[in-house]
Design a protein around this ligand. Structure first.
Ligand code: SAH
Length: 224
């Protein structure tokens, strides 16, 4: 990341000191993976929200990104990233729900190849522009209904979802590598749990990690 570009470096509330405080908070919350923590130090989170909300980007809260969607609080993005890093394989990742592109950017700094689908076109376009500014060349974006995954690019080592379906979507489970694939997503309707589903020899091992509150995963695409 360019240190000379003031927009990327950030000023005031988005300064290095603000980011250092965020890292301290993540450590207190039990995040310990050095690469994940390094990402939160490096990725300019304020660039993923509207300018007026830039000062909120480093707080321990979710931030609205328009279209009734939110960028998750730093802890949740970090926790999910740690679960990605703990998967037996994590070279090729599919993300459902690009949203602001922040989680996509964090993942792009951690793994070889990130594929990400989003169903709301204006969000996808904004995310695409941001990720281009950051010159990430291992990210592939597509407008699509994430319930269908990305069949042409399957199988994936890990599929991560940032919107909550009622049940694990069968297409996503199918698109995981048969031995060692991992699905990480919030699952549930009234009560949601961050859930990890590991595929071991085509058997599924399900772990509920912790209660969470994500936007619901919805079918179909929205052009505006
Ligand atoms: N990871 C995002 C979080 C965005 S909120 C970020 O870092 O900002 C969840 C996103 O999932 C929203 O953008 C929403 O439009 C998207 N989404 C919901 N259902 C989806 C589906 N079926 N396919 C693709 N994206 C979906």
């Amino acid at each position: 990341m360019s240190k000379s570009n003031p927009e990327l470096r950030g000023i005031g509330m988005t300064s290095a000191r603000t980011r250092a405080r965020l890292i301290e908070r993540l450590l207190d919350q039990g995040i310990s993976h050095p690469k994940v923590l390094a990402c939160f130090e490096a990725v300019p989170r304020h660039l993923f929200v509207d300018e007026a909300l830039g000062h909120k980007a480093y707080e321990d809260i979710s931030v609205p990104i328009g279209y009734a969607q939110t960028l998750s609080q730093p802890y949740i993005v970090a926790k999910m990233s740690e679960l990605v890093m703990a998967a037996p394989h994590h070279e090729r990742i599919l993300e459902i729900g690009t949203g602001s592109g922040f989680q996509t950017c964090v993942l792009a700094n951690l793994v070889d190849e990130v594929f990400s689908v989003e169903r709301i076109k204006p969000l996808q376009e904004k995310a695409k522009a941001r990720l281009k500014t950051l010159r990430l060349n291992n990210v592939h974006l597509k407008m699509a209904d994430g319930f269908l995954g990305w069949p042409d690019q399957a199988p994936f080592d890990v599929i991560i979802g940032t919107a909550a379906p009622k049940e694990p979507p069968p297409e996503l489970v199918d698109q995981l590598i048969p031995d060692g694939g991992r699905l990480i997503m919030p699952i549930g309707e009234e009560k949601q749990y961050l859930t990890v589903i590991d595929k071991v020899d085509d058997e599924l091992i399900i772990q509920k990690i912790e209660p969470v509150l994500f936007v619901p995963m919805l079918s179909g695409v929205k052009q505006q």
